[in-house]
Design a protein around this ligand. Sequence first.
Ligand SMILES: [Zn+2]
Ligand SMILES: [Zn+2]
Length: 671
Amino acid sequence: MNNPRPCYLQIAIDTPLNAVFDYRWQCEDHDRPAVGQLALVSFARREVVGLIVGVADETDVPVDKLKDALAVRSQLSPLSQKWLALAGFAADYYQRPLGEVALPGLPKNLRVLTTVALDRALKKLAKLDAPHDATPADMPVLNPRQQAAADVIGGAQGFTPALLYGVTGSGKTEVYLQACAQVLAREPDGQILILVPEINLTPQLEGNIRARFPGVMLATLHSSLSEGERMLHWLAAHQGKARIVLGTRLAILSSLPHLKLIVIDEEHDPSYKQQEGLRYSARDLAVWRAWQLQIPIVLGSATPSLETWHHAQSGRYRKLELRERAVKNAVLPQVKLVDMERDKPKDGLTSQLVAAIRQRMERGEQSLLFLNRRGYAPVICCESCGWISECTRCTSFMVLHRPEHRLRCHHCSLEMRIPRHCPTCGNVDLQPLGRGTQRVEEGLQALFPEARVLRIDADSTRKKGSAQQAFDTVHRGEVDILVGTQMVAKGHDFKKLTLVGIMNPDTALFSQDYRASERLFAQLMQVAGRAGRAGIPSEVLIQTRYPQHPLYGAVVHHDYDHFASALLEEREQAALPPYLFQALLRAEARELATAIEFLSMARDCLAQPGITINDPIPMTMTRVHNVDRAQLLVESPSRPALQAFLKEWMQVLRSMKSRVKWSLEVDPLDI
Ligand SMILES: [Zn+2]
Ligand SMILES: [Zn+2]
């Protein structure tokens, strides 16, 4: 028998310090901990769970400084080298310490001090088997284009990135499912990762997967799971038991030892980008992961992001096209522009739109009115002195929520009762200005008293399960007119929906954000795509004051190709992404001047050829919750040059003593 002797564990801890720490651990040779295991250690006077990234016989740390690790979580098999490399890449690329990337990527229950939850989940999982007796639902016959795409994806070997570019309703999901079937049949242990923007908006997909692959264990990973569920599903993936993992962006960091195919649905969707903490792009990490594992990856969209389109045009990604709707006789809806200068809207609705809704009512078909603004009115004002309901803590307005009798700030959640009179002049006649979904709902109900009107937005679906209930009501045909925000634009297949009215999309045309038109186009195509999916002729009416705008022209002709090519040309001429690489340094302080001062120091502390550091500026929405915010944009035509600069810059910034809270975002989406 060997006597226990010490080994030294290098452990990554979730802390902003850019370091891995050494701990001592007494063990015998046969039970030496492995890289990729978790360990409980004391750090900065508290106990935390860290990740073992190295095991050595020696250490440079002096004996009197060295602490013993408290426990090794030996019941959990180690995370693989490949997974550690993925976390390492993300940490490097997004300029964060490894511990801050790897540990928050794990379920919370793995990072608590006791192993009660882990032991319970392991026990439960050991008893869990995929059902064997169910018969799989029939595979529909694909049209030749769909079949060709499914064969390319399902049969690909090695790193094969592909863009599945298909109009709304063209049957992209069916292509994914049949490609999955091929991979599952070919690879006895193989796992598949399917990413979707928001799981609650695509419940149909989960149902389809279960029906199609009843003998395969499916794990879902998204933010609305309980911690216990998340742990169980994560473990099922980690142990290789779950062969299909369906999740939102956070699932990209799950442990999948036998991953053979990655599917990213609606790859252009901004929700693949995490907007706080580690601001990563799940889509970009997925492409890296596919390259690392040398496996195929498919990115699907009717309106690909310009980055992805650029790769497809240059041949780096394979382009698979679906130009027709999959359902027999289903054609794309006819898109018409309604000139609001000629047909003046009443209560936000032009006479053409009202007539079109009436027609649907008479035929027993459904209409959808899309307005991306919730609440009753974005602001209330006093007509006698000009007072408007501004938020006292943010550079924004308090939104009127009439059914709830409240004013609410959508940025800091400040709430108050609707004032009875103007706070400055006492006038009792306060008027709502502009309109949100609640006001549209009210107007429609007045106009069509016999209609069943349903509003679906973040306010109407606060209760768990209420969104699903609302969508079910629409599917059952118990709704005549649906009013909604972007929540209704995604994924749904409403069979009786033949009219989509888009109320006021113009504001995005003149946004400072150069990505605004790309996003508007994607949004319009997506919401327009809800109409006519079951083969009944359908139309889309866009109310606008700018019917001549080329963006609307492209929407009318369902012409993403030309629109995207023109935008790419503009971006190239203006030297903007994807022809330029950016990082954004943000600073927050009680006073704007303090934030700007910090950013000015940051601007001046390091210079490198090929790197442009712009001047610090206040963010468009400067104040949120009593904090002022400013930003500094760094740009380079070379990604490696930018990465090298950022690495050095972060070291300098971390050593600077400052009370300002700051963060860096690589490849920012909102500037
Ligand atoms: Zn007043
Ligand atoms: Zn506010």
